[in-house]
Design a protein around this ligand. Sequence first.
Ligand code: AMP
Ligand code: ZN
Length: 469
Amino acid sequence: MLGNIGKIRFMTIQLHDTLQGRKVAFQPLKDGEVTMYLCGPTVYNYAHIGNARPAVVFDLLARVLRRRYRLTFARNITDVDDKIIAASLESGRPIEEITAKYARIYNEDMAALGVQPPDVEPYATQHIDVMIAMIASLIESGHAYEADGHVLFNVESHEAYGELSKRDLREMIAGSRVEVAPYKKAPQDFVLWKPSEDGQPGWDSPWGRGRPGWHIECSAMAEKHLGDTIDIHAGGQDLVFPHHENECAQSRCAHGGAPFARYWLHNGFLSIDQTKMSKSLGNVLLVHDLLEKMPGEVIRLALLSAHYRQPLDWSGETIESARRMLDRLYGAVRGIEVSEAARAAAEVPAALIEALEDDLNTPRAMAVFFALARSLNKTDDPVEQEALAAQMYAAGDLIGLLGNDPEEWFAGHVEGEVPSDQIEALIAKRNEARANKDWAAADGYRDQLHDMGIAIEDGPTGTTWRRTG
Ligand code: AMP
Ligand code: ZN
């Protein structure tokens, strides 16, 4: 795995592949080119902070891959789905209006987190013909069957079914407690096409007017834009089964058994204060709301602070710690002029790249980043200062941090941040109210500050404040 070119030692990129269950050396199908597919959002509401984790993590992987390869990165938009139909019925708004609105908001919110746009952003509704062709070929080869207006994938026709999620089909069938639709041959058979009622979105097909199942959407879009075998397929851990297992089965059967993805990558789950995020618990944090309270970089770094395969707990402490880390980084480069030439000449420290190329080890990469900040803090030599600061900006460009002006950062003038002078003005008003013994008004100002994510403390020398996110 270690190679030598002259004096330069290089390692291949290491990635953890879910199918092989271990970290392996990454080798793309074609020399110098990489294809990557990430299952994108179903656009019927705002993205929550858990949804942002795969977007940010695999954006970083895309950035790392682009240093070495010509990357084609596809992240789809699921704009036909029963949840979207339900949202339309509930709100009385047309489906197209809902999907266009939330796709736009998703992209704006992800951009605020430093997520670069993918190379291709296919919409499911624009690929219905590809899906119909794939389903027809699966029927023809005996891997799918038509029943009661539906088309189903026949899991027993695919020997390797269960390979990705390490499930045994026989055991699954035997232990199946799913209520089985009468038209299914096996309980695990899943829908490729289903009939649409009047008023539901539908397209004409050889099996009547209907719409695709979710799994076939990704298989068809990946085939169309990236080919039969893709290098990397990514998504959150919960997608391994059934979504990715089913995508894999369909695509392999449609392509004469060829591998679907050479590497399967899955991010761990994000919890809130050690609790599963769920609507019923009322603890769903929307990216859109978080961005009102803090800069996107704080959220980005918080999402990258744990290794992507580990669980990540989101709490006040996660946010504060990300903010402190950014303060340290911005503090190091603050006041140092870096010329265009110095920036262009600067390279990202090799140890930082090595950490990222080692299955995206962000905690190790950040440790290198801080070591660089410490070296910069220690030196008084202006030439060295400029060179080190330029390296910090190069590292920031790669990870998607340090995109703001340091002075603006500390003045709280970064987008999403409540400016410090506004906070201090409110504190002054509160102190005035207190001096006038107007306790109700004083409490009102405290609450207002609290809602802005600002904690205040009264001490012998006056009132101090800090951001809590
Ligand atoms: P969904 O809209 O539910 O299909 O989710 C979109 C993406 O977000 C998928 O890749 C999910 O695996 C991922 N995801 C959803 N919830 C979480 C969570 N709590 N933590 C991490 N990833 C999540
Ligand atoms: Zn998918």
